[in-house]
Design a protein around this ligand. Structure first.
Ligand SMILES: Nc1nc2c(ncn2[C@@H]2O[C@H](COP(=O)(O)OP(=O)(O)OP(=O)(O)O)[C@@H](O)[C@H]2O)c(=O)[nH]1
Length: 320
């Protein structure tokens, strides 16, 4: 067990990397789940996990060399039956106001109806939120019908979102893999610049990594909450069993980044000569070992968030 505070000067992601959150909305059967699965493919990194960076359930993560697109559930709007006829509740409004872009699913093979109009009117209340219209199930209609639907969707956009309408309108078939890539491209364009928020690896499959992050965060805030109000975000970079260990005596290596906003806060977390960070590591490790039921090597790195993270919205996404 050891904790380090040798801090890399910069992240290992490209400077123009984008990362952020998207939600798909649409009435029942609009094709939200199928499109999510098509986008995420085999790479479902986290399912049903509630990471500390967002209070919302993650359905999947699209990992790309240039971006990380995190698809989150929208409670209520994901089950619009319970929502229709009642006001958009605060939780839904909150979720949608926190994501970076919204994909509004409208099936190509069904006329725009009251359910779609209701959702559009609710989305219209979110100011300055990019809303991308996804005309789903495009494989079920002929070109003419698709063209007519695209026109109808354009009108729905300008009725609800002013002359600019939707940020984009994309016909897509998740089943036939038509334009799925294009949907990802357009959603990624709406995301802010920023580092990957989740590690690209099967190990993050475990909701444990979320709990691990929480334990580290708790330990790091212990006693300095007043000095670091909302100023600490924790990301589990890697979590893997150490190779070559016997079954009876396993060890899990865990690498964690702690993001603070300012160098002064970094000093607080690390403490004199690294003393405080060692305490944080010890306390967190004890909790993590209990949680995982194995010995743990915990590696903590404290990093100061870069310029892009001064933006309050970006900071919010990291849990600041
Ligand atoms: N032909 C075709 N069918 C699709 C496509 N996308 C979804 N479907 C079908 O449409 C139905 C509904 O799709 P879902 O993805 O479950 O829709 P949803 O919006 O998640 O539905 P709810 O969970 O009720 O909100 C399923 O039977 C899908 O197989 C598509 O691109 N083409």
């Amino acid at each position: 067990m050891a904790e380090t505070n040798n801090l890399p000067a910069s992240g290992s992601w490209p400077e123009d990397f984008r990362s952020g959150f998207t939600s798909f909305v649409g009435r029942p059967n609009a094709g939200k789940s199928t499109l999510t699965n098509a986008l995420v493919g085999q790479k479902i990194a986290i399912t049903s996990a509630k990471p500390q960076t967002t209070r919302h359930t993650i359905r999947g993560i699209v990992h790309r060399p240039d971006a990380q697109l995190i698809l989150v559930d929208t409670p209520g709007l994901h089950r619009p039956r319970t929502l229709l006829g009642q006001r958009l509740n605060d939780l839904v409004a909150e979720t949608l106001s926190e994501v970076d872009a919204i994909g509004f699913c409208l099936p190509a093979n069904e006329k725009i109806g009251p359910g779609d109009r209701f959702i559009a009117s609710q989305l219209a209340q979110l100011k300055r939120k990019p809303i991308v219209a996804l005309v789903t199930k495009a494989d079920l209609v002929d070109r003419e019908t698709l063209a007519a639907q695209l026109i109808a969707v354009t009108e729905l956009g300008s009725e609800n979102f002013g002359p600019d309408g939707f940020a984009a309108i994309i016909p897509v078939s998740a089943v036939k893999d038509f334009q799925v890539e294009q949907v990802a491209n357009v959603l990624v364009e709406q995301l802010p610049l920023g580092p990957p928020l989740y590690p690209d690896g099967e190990l993050t499959d475990e909701p444990e990594s979320v709990m691990v992050a929480e334990l580290v965060r708790e330990a790091a805030l212990e006693g300095v909450r007043d000095e670091l109000p909302h100023s600490l975000a924790v990301v589990v970079e890697e979590m893997a069993p150490r190779e070559g260990r016997s079954k009876e005596n396993p060890l899990v290596d865990i690498h964690v980044s702690l993001y603070v906003e300012r160098p002064s806060q970094k000093a607080i977390v690390i403490g004199k000569g690294g003393a405080r960070l060692r305490e944080v590591g010890t306390r967190a490790r004890q909790g993590i070992e209990k949680l995982l039921g194995t010995k743990v090597y915990l590696d903590l790195h404290v990093k100061v968030a870069k310029d892009w993270q001064r933006d309050p919205k970006q900071l919010g996404r990291l849990g600041f």
